[in-house]
Design a protein around this ligand. Structure first.
Ligand code: NIG
Ligand code: FE
Length: 426
């Protein structure tokens, strides 16, 4: 029977629907990656209506037909850990980095996160919105259609709420889907050095305002030497959970403090970074539902030569997701494709594991596993057409943008610019 679609994408060389497994993919399940060849997709009213073969598609009608030219097509990628909204930038810290001044030492001197806090406090809501939109547009161009965004550059009520309102506004007006996280516990602000518990209480007191305006779904904390201890983090996140929020944690990013096992103990949706995770923490990831969100771009940019033990986590049976950690200090990049290359080279993940990590598992890491990260009938048509012959190609050919066309809710929102014809010698 002939079907009628708004759009048909046909002549797809390799189609990754990611439509396998129930829930997050754990351990060995991450090596599975069903591939459809010579496939086609039918879209109606922004949703996927049909998936079949290219031949079958020829008997169906569509208002618009898109030729995938025999290349790779996948779901829109999901970036589950970004610090999207902030003022200023920190290129001036590059010289300090080159001199070997550690990240935590820059923070201790009042720079790092605290320098961005200053710039974010000064910026108007309008300025922050414009800047976040710029970075989000760039993420879209790299094939990311769902993004988590954290606050954490205010460290006071007014500015934290300002950041969260910007993320909410952006979610309303932008094609991308945003998921908000309150990271008021990102650093100890000046004036609170000896009173960090008092500061954490102030951040907890904000949760009722955040709830009232529906400004965040997750609460996060930076558990690190010189910032918040494991015990402070445990108490803080438990209190947030009691108030109905889901929780995440920046754990064992630089020093191995034991934040990974604590994350699993309190039932965090995700534990993020986990570079210094202990063997016990890694085992716990395999035995619980806490998703390991790995951020190899941060290890690369902090330049300490140490990456998370992804293979150990996969062997233990953990669900691993990948993210940029986009932020102005430890990982200034919107390019999730580059992270896929780093995951390949430094985390020794296979292409199959990497694709599962940036779609299905990253969606579950922000509780969007039932909405994003898979192509199946009834889901939003968030689809990427790649300028790549197969899925192995993206992590392999590194540092460039491979997207050809980015579709969100069935609408094309980005298309690779074509070189001007005058550049041709003929
Ligand atoms: O995930 N470590 C804490 N937060 C960010 C960095 C934020 C910044 O340097 O501005 C991270 O690495
Ligand atoms: Fe982060």
């Amino acid at each position: 029977m002939t079907k009628q679609f708004d759009t048909i994408i046909e002549n797809i060389g390799q189609l990754l629907t990611m439509n396998h497994g129930d829930g997050p993919l754990k351990g060995k399940e991450m090596s599975e990656l069903p591939v459809l060849t010579n496939a086609a997709i039918g879209i109606n009213e922004g949703l996927i209506d049909w998936i079949g073969t290219h031949e079958e598609a020829q008997s169906h009608k569509a208002t618009e037909r898109i030729d995938a030219e025999g290349k790779l097509v996948t779901p829109g990628l999901v970036d589950p850990h970004t610090h999207l909204v902030f003022g200023g930038s920190r290129e001036h810290e590059m010289a300090l980095k080159q001199q070997g001044v550690p990240y935590l030492e820059i923070l201790k001197r009042g720079g790092g996160i605290l320098s961005t806090v200053g710039a974010t406090r000064e910026a108007s809501e309008e300025e922050l919105l414009k800047k976040a939109r710029f970075h989000l547009d760039r993420m879209i161009s790299y094939g990311v259609t769902t993004v988590e965004a954290k606050s954490g550059y205010g460290l006071d009520k007014e500015t934290e709420l300002k950041q969260l309102r910007v993320a909410k506004k952006l979610n309303d007006e932008h094609a991308a889907d945003l998921v908000s996280t309150f990271l008021g516990a990102h650093a100890i602000p000046p004036g609170y050095k000896e009173r960090s518990d008092e500061f954490l209480q102030e951040m907890l007191d904000m949760l009722s305002d955040i709830e009232k305006e529906n400004l965040a779904e997750f609460v996060d904390i930076f558990c690190e030497t010189g910032v918040f201890t494991v015990e402070q983090s445990r108490r803080f996140l438990k209190a947030a959970k009691d108030k109905g929020f889901s929780v995440k944690i920046h754990a064992d990013e630089i020093d191995p403090l034991g934040g990974t096992e604590m994350a699993t103990e309190i039932g965090a949706t995700s534990g993020d970074h986990l570079v210094g995770a202990s063997d016990k923490g890694i085992q716990a990831l395999g035995e619980t539902d806490t998703i390991a969100v790995l951020l190899p771009g941060t290890s690369f940019y902090l330049n300490k030569g140490k990456f998370a033990n992804a293979r150990g986590m996969l062997e233990a049976g953990a669900a691993v997701a990948l993210s940029t950690d986009f932020n102005p200090g430890s990982s200034p990049t919107e390019n999730l494709q580059f992270i896929m290359s780093l995951a390949s080279l430094q985390l020794k993940m296979t292409p199959e594991e990497i694709w599962n990590a940036v779609t299905v598992n990253s969606a579950y890491a922000i509780k969007r596993g039932e909405q994003a990260g898979k192509l199946k009938e009834g889901r939003k048509a968030d689809i990427i057409l790649w300028d790549a012959p197969n899925y192995h190609y993206i992590p392999y050919h590194y540092g460039v943008n491979h997207t050809n066309t980015v579709m969100k809710n069935g609408r094309i929102i980005y298309r690779k610019e074509k070189l001007h014809e005058q550049l041709s010698t003929h």
